[in-house]
Design a protein around this ligand. Structure first.
Ligand code: MG
Length: 305
């Protein structure tokens, strides 16, 4: 029997869905700029010229797969339940382990498939017992922030729960809180970097977002990425500030936000997934050119564009 949804205001289901569709678009768009698909010089020129990647199929990666895991738990229970989320992550991994997961997740997720109740011990053992401080908990969480947008306290609490299942390190968790709060503020039309920083636990992620708030939006995106980090180190504090800076620079324009984020390169599928998950929670994907939407791999359960 499926338990009744948690009491309280109705979740922002439509906003969460918009966020998820945007996240998947950002993920699949960002992935196109990796050297696997084109030389860095060509990628840079193409981004500067705002020329769409011409490949017919843009596949989404681990960012979207894990966001789908969160979405399934929210759809079923109306809130994060950690053991169920551990099982959901393990199942989406098992369905396709070649979605570009990081080292830690390749260690953890196969174990969670057989022992989802052991998530706390298994996640805590990663990286010599430090737990992951990667950007994985941040990259998947924007739809959760949209879902609980009516209650920022609940956004932060639920983001922590969603992060802990795989990311035991405080920095990995802080990255998730920051992105979830940003998505909630985006739904409310209140996205601002200082407000996001104020709601983020103390530490390097929060400090990075505070620095981002001081970077004027007239700054060239590559320069902002240089100042704030572009995810190249695959850490939350190196990824989240620039991705949110791009979102706050274009809160009503998903396509411009994506080009801005892409110009930073680095871990560009993940930075674009974060930016787009936040902005699309407000805008949806209706203003995105049709050829982008038809190229993006469909999500399970959604009609093809
Ligand atoms: Mg990825």
């Amino acid at each position: 029997m499926t338990p009744a949804p948690a009491p309280g205001p109705a979740p922002h289901r439509a906003a969460a869905r918009r966020s998820l569709e945007g996240l998947a678009l950002g993920d699949a768009f960002g992935e196109r700029w990796f050297p696997l698909f084109r030389e860095p010089k060509e990628a840079y020129e193409q981004i500067r010229a705002r020329r769409m990647p011409e490949e017919p199929d843009w596949h989404w990666t681990d960012d979207t797969a894990m966001a789908l895991g969160i979405q399934r738990v929210l759809d079923q229970y109306g809130e994060i339940r950690q053991q169920e989320l551990a099982a959901a992550f393990a199942l989406v991994y098992d369905a396709d382990p070649a979605r570009g997961y990081g080292y830690g997740m390749h260690q953890l997720l196969p174990q969670l498939l057989h022992a989802p109740a052991e998530w706390r011990r298994l996640g805590g053992e990663l990286f010599d017992g430090q737990g992951s401080l990667g950007n994985g908990a941040a990259m998947r969480v924007a739809p959760l922030g949209a879902w609980f947008a009516h209650d920022l306290q609940r956004v932060a609490e639920q983001a922590v729960l969603s992060a802990e299942v795989t990311h035991a390190h405080p920095d990995g968790i802080a990255g998730a809180v920051a992105v979830a709060v940003a998505a909630a503020l985006s739904v409310r039309g209140e996205l601002g970097l200082r407000a996001v920083a104020a709601a983020t636990p103390e530490g390097p992620v929060r400090e990075g977002i505070e620095r981002a708030a001081d970077v004027p939006f007239t700054t060239e995106p590559w320069r902002a990425a240089d100042l704030l980090g572009n995810g190249q180190r695959v850490r939350a504090d190196d990824t989240v500030p620039f991705a949110l800076w791009s979102a706050a620079r274009h809160p009503d324009d998903l396509v411009s936000a994506l080009w801005t984020t892409a110009e930073g390169f680095g871990d560009v599928d993940t930075t674009c997934a974060i930016t787009a998950g936040v902005v699309a929670a407000r805008t949806g994907t209706d203003a995105v050119p049709k050829p982008w939407l038809t190229r993006r791999e469909p999500l399970p359960g959604s009609p093809a564009a």
